[in-house]
Design a protein around this ligand. Structure first.
Ligand SMILES: *Cc1c(COP(=O)(O)O)cnc(C)c1O
Length: 433
């Protein structure tokens, strides 16, 4: 299947081109030319299928033309080496726990799939080493580094701002070794991002090295995120609760929500979606007014959603042919302050003995306030609360258990290369590798 750019100025790309480029040359986002609905017998029997079985069927619909089925299914099964359980929090609200992967956040799914797909393309071509550059303010670096760890033919450089990521986050990408190199940049996250952008623009560097990005706009990262919407539905169906399902997605760059909209286009019977924002409520304001006005992000306690110009907004517009009314018919919005988020974490812990992370808290609260008569709600619990240990402990006033997986990272030895925020030094470093 081919992929077109949301800006419609670049020619269509193959899957491999779309994955290796990330962004289209006209700076648009790639979209699959077709979204194939899955047959009704798939939905009839979905409650008898496991997560990997479901994911293989969905993957066939997207990638079946481009990758031999055996290989594709191997990539999918290898990606989903952990469960994604649906856990009841109240009688009507369920948490889709996306934090059982290696770095305890949903980004593991997309990052692991992309790493394996890129690895496959490299093997198929017999091509030399590919260098993945990724700038991170914390969470993306860990998911990408762990997703690509040990994948043959790929070297990963994680650029992060010195002193500006939490100790837990830093350990998740500085202790891995092997094909992962952490670069501690003497600057801000924006400086890290600028270094990566400059590297992609530099002629000499691109002539000497094969560079690619593992940004969340990559189709290989966002399409696999649709897998777990089907799996959530299957789990509800086992309980006989699939009438009027509402899915609520804590959103920043809107990759997760867009993947859910794709699932609905494939026939998944979801009644409607809610996009939950923190105070960076650009999408919420768009729904209200029909005007999209990106603005600089502000820092909140749900920091992975501190996005002032959501990159996947272009995909949502494209999917709905720019029709504001049609978008509003399927998606409603919510926006919460830090106080409201903290309040939700605290009361949900006290009343339901369920510990939310600050992002999931936005999703839970939007369902609590917005669920109508006869509806059943699912919110995406996008990360484990222990990833935001200090914030969550401060809110609930007691220690948070650290899962063994996270503890193991804490014990590793931190290794990183100091890096100036000036491009010539970074370029020189890359050329010497
Ligand atoms: C990345 C992230 C989000 C935002 O997801 P998008 O797909 O960018 O909307 C929400 N919660 C957590 C914990 C994240 O890491």
């Amino acid at each position: 299947m081919n992929y077109y750019s949301t800006n419609h100025h670049s020619p269509a790309a193959t899957l491999q081109e779309a994955v290796v480029r990330g962004l289209a040359p006209d700076r648009g986002l790639y979209m699959p030319e077709h979204i194939h609905p899955l047959p009704s017998d798939f939905y009839d029997g979905i409650d008898r299928l496991s997560l990997p079985d479901i994911a293989c069927r969905v993957a066939d619909a997207f990638f079946g033309d481009d990758i031999p089925q055996d290989t594709l299914h191997e990539l999918v099964r290898d990606t989903l080496s952990f469960d994604i359980p649906l856990v009841p929090v109240t009688g009507r609200i369920h948490s889709l726990e996306l934090f059982h992967g290696p770095t305890l956040a949903f980004k593991d799914v997309g990052a692991r799939f992309m790493a394996r797909l890129l690895g496959y393309f490299i093997r198929r071509e017999g091509a030399g080493e590919v260098n993945v550059l990724v700038a991170t303010s914390g969470d993306t670096g860990s998911a990408v580094a762990n997703g690509f760890l040990g994948v043959e033919g790929i070297r990963v450089y994680v650029l992060y701002p010195k002193g500006k990521v939490s100790e837990i986050q830093e350990k998740q990408f500085t202790t891995l070794g092997r094909n992962i190199t952490a670069l501690e940049v003497d600057g801000t996250f924006d400086d890290c991002q600028a270094l990566v952008k400059d590297a992609f623009m530099d002629g000499e560097l691109n002539a000497r090295l094969r560079l690619t990005s593992a940004n969340s706009i990559n189709v290989a990262r966002f399409l696999p995120q649709s897998f777990y919407y089907f799996h959530a539905y299957a789990q509800l169906k086992r309980e006989g609760r699939v009438d009027n399902v509402v899915v609520c997605v804590p959103s920043g760059n809107f990759g997760n929500l867009t993947a859910g909209l794709f699932a609905a286009r494939m026939g998944l019977p979801v009644g409607r979606f809610i996009a939950a924002n923190n105070r960076n409520d650009i999408f919420y304001q768009y729904l209200r007014t029909g005007v999209y006005s990106p603005r600089p992000s502000i820092a909140t306690i749900a920091n992975a959603m501190d996005v002032g110009a959501p990159s996947n907004f272009a995909r949502i517009l494209d999917l709905y042919g720019n029709n504001h009314a049609a978008i509003c018919a399927d998606i409603s919005g919510a926006t919460y302050t830090d106080e409201q988020i903290a309040d939700t974490v605290r009361t949900t812990w006290q009343q339901h003995h369920y510990l939310l992370d600050p992002h999931g808290a936005c999703g839970f609260r939007a369902l609590q306030e917005g669920l109508r008569e006869g509806e059943t709600g699912i919110f995406l619990e996008t990360a484990h609360p222990a990833k935001f240990k200090d914030t969550v402990e401060h809110i609930i006033g007691q220690p948070v258990d650290i899962p063994d997986k996270l503890r193991a990272f804490m014990q590793g030895t931190r290794r990183s290369v100091p890096m100036s925020k000036d491009f010539p030094a970074f370029k020189d470093y890359l050329l010497r590798q």
